[in-house]
Design a protein around this ligand. Structure first.
Ligand code: ZN
Length: 264
């Protein structure tokens, strides 16, 4: 009997050792990722346990950007003191009263509606438009700043037309729209039917927007992180340095924000 108990204890110890080693290896692999964040370690481990054979880099990316939780499930107010680096998405929102320092764009730079833009963003947008013009590329805004109320009306109408599930893939709920920051604008179109991605204007923007501090905010194949379908027309001002980094490393703004902005 004693022998049996001893034997069982030994097996238990062995198993625990194997488990500990596995865990240690997993932690080591996580720590090697460029965007590993110590504060998220428990969440990485829990997410990996639930998701099974998911890649380590995916675990890091998803947890850092809150994708271990449902969109809109645990929203919090964004930190507006981050200025042009504030994050507004399906996890971070702006109060209905939030309004940036706006200026009215002239007709050369803006057509259609919503002709206001955050001051500094407008300055850089003008520069970009003028430089593009020299290469026979005509750019203009079709939608800049949108107020909370305006976004609410827009979204509510989309929901009536397409239902919540579909509307959520292409339109932000009020308070969650980047257009309310004043740092975002739609260039030349805001319709997927126009296939803006096939134009020389889009090609020019792909090559040059970062030089003026703009990023393509909802890239192709990043829907899982950004929560939005590819929007070749939607650009966000973040400043030249950040825009260049994001482009070079093929990141979403969500990933950049988690690692470099939020707790710094
Ligand atoms: Zn937009």
């Amino acid at each position: 009997m004693n022998n049996y108990l001893e034997f069982r204890e030994k097996i238990r110890e062995e198993l625990k050792k194997i488990k500990d080693e596995e865990m240690e290896n997993l932690i080591k692999r996580l720590q090697k990722d460029a965007y590993y964040m110590e504060k998220n370690l428990n969440k990485y481990l829990e997410y990996k346990r639930i998701m099974g054979s998911i890649k380590i880099s995916e675990v890091i990316k998803d947890v850092n950007t809150h994708r271990d939780k449902q969109f809109y499930s645990e929203s919090k107010m964004t930190d507006t003191s981050k200025g042009e680096l504030m994050l507004v998405n399906k996890y971070y929102y702006l109060l209905d009263s939030y309004k940036p320092d706006l200026v009215l764009m002239t007709d050369t730079y803006a057509k259609s509606v919503n002709k206001y833009l955050e001051k500094n963003t407008y300055r850089w947008f003008q520069k970009m438009v003028e430089d593009a013009k020299k290469e026979n590329i005509i750019l203009y805004s079709v939608s800049g700043f949108r107020s909370y109320e305006y976004q609410k009306e827009l979204y509510d109408n989309y929901v009536l037309k397409d239902g919540i599930k579909v509307a959520d893939t292409y339109s932000a709920r009020a308070g969650h729209s980047e257009h309310q920051t004043g740092y975002a604008l739609d260039i030349n179109t805001s319709s997927s039917l126009d296939y803006f991605e096939d134009t020389k204007e889009f090609l020019w923007l792909s090559r040059n927007a970062h030089k003026y501090g703009f990023i393509l905010r909802y890239p192709k194949d990043k829907e899982n992180i950004t929560g939005f379908k590819f929007e070749p027309w939607h650009y966000r001002y973040v400043g030249i340095e950040v825009a260049t980094y994001i482009k070079k490393h093929n990141l979403t703004f969500e990933e950049y924000y988690a690692y470099f902005v939020e707790n710094r």
